[in-house]
Design a protein. Sequence first.
Lengths: 391, 578
Amino acid sequence: MRTHADLTSPIETGPAISPLKPGLTMGSLEAAGQWTLIWHKFVRNKLAVASGILIVIFFLIGLFAEFLAPGLPGTSRPQYTYAPPQTIGLFIEDAAGNRTFQPHVKGYSIEIDPVALRRTFVVDDEAIVPIAFFVGGASYRMWGLFEMDLHLIGPVNPSDPMYLLGTDRLGRDLLSRLIYGTRVSMSIGLIGVIFSLCLGVTLGSLAGFYGGWVDSAVQRTIEVISSMPTIPLWLGLAAAIPLAWSPLQVYFVITLIVSLFGWTGLAREVRGRFYALRGEDFVTAARLDGSSERRLIFCHILPSLTSHILAVVTLAVPTMIVAETALSFLGIGLKAPVVSWGVLLQEAQNVRTIATAPWLLAWPAGAVIVVVLAYNFLGDGMRDAADPYES
Amino acid sequence: MQPTPTSREGAGMSENPDTVLSVENLSIDFHLRTSILHAVRDVSFSLKRGKTLALVGESGSGKSVTARALLRIIDRNGAISSGRILLRGAGQPEIDIVPLTERSTDLLRIRGGRIGLIFQEPMSSLSPVHTIGSQITEALRLHRKMDKKQARAETIELLRQVEIPDPDKMLDRYTFEFSGGMRQRAMIAMALAADPEILIADEPTTALDVTTQAEILDLIKRLQESRGMAMLLITHDMGVVAEVADEVAVMHYGRIVERGDVDSIFHGAQHGYTKRLLASTVKLEQSRAHEGADAAARQPILSVRNLTKTFGGSGGWFGGNDYAIKAVNDVSFDLFPGENLGIVGESGSGKTTLGRLILRTVEPSSGSVVYRDRAGTETEVTALGKRALRGFHRDVRLVFQDPFASLNPRMTVKQIVGDPLVVGGIASGAELDRRVGDLLELVGLDPMSRERYPHAFSGGQRQRIGIARALALEPRIVIADEATAALDVSIRAQILDLLLDIQKRLGLSFVFISHDISVVRYFCDRVAVMHRGKVVELGPAEQICNDPQEPYTRSLISAVPNPDPRHKRMMHRTRFIA
């Protein structure tokens, strides 16, 4: 009993595959290295790619803060305290009803509440403040190197008020402060992570590779550190910073304090990966090939880890940013005149401010949330793409 | 997926009243990132009451996907593109499984109710946090609407049927307390719980040792006959097919290339692929003509004496353990130049540990390993320092079991194969390029492919790369640890022939560690049989395989399925009770 029609067909040499798009070949990935494969996998995650672009934009904002900000972060104008955000209009209508193109914001007029004697700002439709791109304004030293007064956007007449996101208690422009704050907050996350990276990778790989008592020692240290309540400890350390120190010194010490606790998670991750890789056949093979331990670590194990480390680092950055924000919010982190998102949020500490000037809370908090989320999405995407060889 | 009109034409098999399930022109497509993989193409077969159909094929042939399609449990990116799966039961209307929606009660009733499934990996298919009993009871309560008490009684009865001792006690045990064979028995009990008409066994014994495999196949066969179930057996092992199946369908790249009853397939194969598959299976059943039999007259190249490795039994800082396991117990043997020594044993017999002890990637507890180098000087390997050990590792190389894990995916083939040469400072630049090219040619790979990464190669090709790496330092001994276990049978034969060819050219000695008797029979001159850390028998391959002396060896050899349906060996095996 034999029932089949295909008896005479030749032996096939490969599985049947038809490409989705004509002209696409399967062979293009064969000679691709790990980074090409990781990239291919990463770009498929649209959310992660978008988050990555967003983070790059934030870094660019931080980098070109002086140029992008309409004003200086420290300039206060007492006549405009708690001025509400303005909206940009594109056309002006003159008395005859002709509409002409002229980007502008509306000026303020002050009304005094006769009962509470409180000043309130009302948008004054008559006071047109023409604005333009690439205008001269307050002068600054770009990156502390050379004098410039060009701003991306600003009022044509520098003394006119233009507060797109409103002002704070001292009449300082929130938009400018937020942009300058981006520089500090974004970089503190990055620098803090680089500190923790050095500590975490070194200790983690030592623990993972040698195991035994080295591993025990590192692990117990990590446990002791992560069992400490962080905020009181930060408070203590931050309180120990001499008041006479310059803002820049304080900035670096704060990063150090924040990263002192951030390395533990990284070290554990690296140790775990090391442990797993140490037992892999290809590492045993390399050992039998005569590789020394240094060569094993640097030529075989670490290259397999770099993509994972990158992903973990990306996920560690937001904790740094949040830690800095928390410290500054409590008034023990960065202090004026340094501007960071945490310092900005300090302005929004009491309910009265939030009631009268909600923008002081909304914008800095929004920036923190957006960046932290973007870092998390990016990190997730990178973690998924980090090992292109699984499955 | 549209419901196909239930026209009766073309369904020639349906007239047979014994047919319980017929698959007609089934095609399954998988959507990959840039292409569509036609995993199953135009497959037709039928299952008959009380009969076993074996679906045979090598990895990637689409056999498992076909079986899963019957229960509609294909992975998300796959879909049935055409065809019908008709399920007929006594006194029930015919159902086409293909158009059923995912949550329809019909489909839920069929899954586990009318079609039972046994998976390959008994560890991952049983829940680790529920007792064995509660998992079987769940199936009974779902499909047979029993109350708790009835279900418990029935579970005990089922466990008794699958020959688990003390079923009323074992019921309340957890998965980890069961051995691999016991787990598979429990899995079978679960599949049988709802009294299905059809049993699908997807590689049910691949993860098990040969003796356990024989027992499980025995059990499945008996249960199937007594219950009159139809069985679909998915396997890659022609031996298992010959022992168990009534009918065979051979799959190759998604197509059934040949189908027929078991005798006509094994003794009158028509299609080229079936012939090739059988040829490579049967080839491994015979021993090759051995030359250089006069090995004993020469000086051994490697002498292992009283080698022992004890695991555990150490007090640690944070609590050690009190009992120790002798993984390798008092093992002694000699390896002669140009000889292939096989080390056979089931899992846990200590054969892999033995290989690692010789290389000292695992430190021996006691015993000695003496290596005689090219100049004839003897070195005691267990006493070597780090530097001297590196020299020893140049002469004695290891080929790994897993061709995927043993090659660093982040290095090119040239880097992998050339690594020992670079590390040893033997070659660099153009010289390295030339040596790597030569090595790749030696193992039958295109030297032009050296810039590629391992993921561009198939399992067999990767194993060739691993062999090339082992040969790079011109070794004298190669320890091959299950070097062919992860490969399909036709590739397996190719790799073995490659190793033999290289041996002839380079004058190597092999220590060949394997659980697969047929591979050892084909490849080795002498065989050592290991059982629980000890060598129970050591002798010429011919004698061990055809006339074993020790009772354990006898039971092991007789449990190996014979790829000839006319001479079923497994069913008349000798049993060994230790």
